[in-house]
Design a protein around this ligand. Sequence first.
Ligand SMILES: *Cc1c(COP(=O)(O)O)cnc(C)c1O
Length: 378
Amino acid sequence: MNGDTLVQSRPATRSGASWNFGAGPSRLPDAVLARAGDSLLRRAADGMAAIERPFAGTTFREILAAARERLARLLGVPDHYRVLFLAGGATHQFSAVPMNLLDPSSGLRRAAFADSGYWSRRALAEASRYAETTVIARHAGDTPLAVPPLGEWTLPPDTAYCHITANETADGVAWPAWPETGPVPLVADASSCLLSAPMDVSRFGLVYASAQKNIGPSGLTIVIVREDLLHRPASMAPLPFQYRLQAAEESCANTPPMLAVHLAALVFEWIEACGGLTAMAATNMRKASLLYRAIDESGGFYVAPVEPGHRSMTNARFHLGQACLTERFLDEAEAAGVMHLRGHRQLGGVRASLYNAMPEAGVEALVGFMADFAEQHR
Ligand SMILES: *Cc1c(COP(=O)(O)O)cnc(C)c1O
């Protein structure tokens, strides 16, 4: 498939566009949706549609291998890492990571966590079913929000891995740099930021991300794991979640989520055709700056609770200075076509998710709506 076509083709969208600012599933690139129907759901001359083909057959294996290579190229994944396409979500990995990386017979029975917000605490809660756990760093105080302090973290000697949430989707907090964990492998849940900007995979033992933010539809999770970590026994892990087995079988130890893989492959092509992750980051930075500037220059009508250097580029969180206007803001936003802005149910307020496929026009529509609303209610 030709990348130029991917950038240029446009699907029919209804006039009076509406924009999905939900935290996930997110909007897919227009060009990918336009291609997907034809390339995935129509039967070829031999009578089979792409998602009807055997998963162990050559056609699908080639598509999977090409997707894996393209993803590795986009991210610059070093050769001593393996890229897995697994079924399920990031939540499955909250269990799969400890099941694969703990090695009690070698004295590695502990998982260390940085508590940066909602998703890191969810990951910690799951891991504590299998591992001794330590919270190694946590943000002190509540306003303005920030990630835990950086620096060299001293970890207990029985630590199998140290987990961070690279971008806190609910809290709107992102790491401005990665922590140092010495010989202990750093593991990142990068669900809401992978492919939104370049990421130095070599800093991590393992990176995982569920697909429904920047990668494709739900049901697929990418795991990028350093080869030496595949030697840990993982005997407790269910077969489809054994990294070593899935690495050996090229993610086909059982039936992979084929439709999601096909769509992710189209998304990778789209990213490459747009200029790769540097281009993604530049656009995402412009989108986020536009929104945060509108918040910061609203004279307190809108307030962003996160410290500027720690603000997420993909999930911008804010609230209204007059909290009693929040419901009205959300209702009128929906009516104006800027959709799904409600903050995470545990945190309230407003959150706008600006993943790769959200065009700048969508953010301009949001900022325009915010200015109109502030004008009327100031
Ligand atoms: C969305 C998200 C999850 C949950 O992913 P599921 O696919 O629903 O399991 C976990 N962590 C982060 C950081 C997320 O953004």
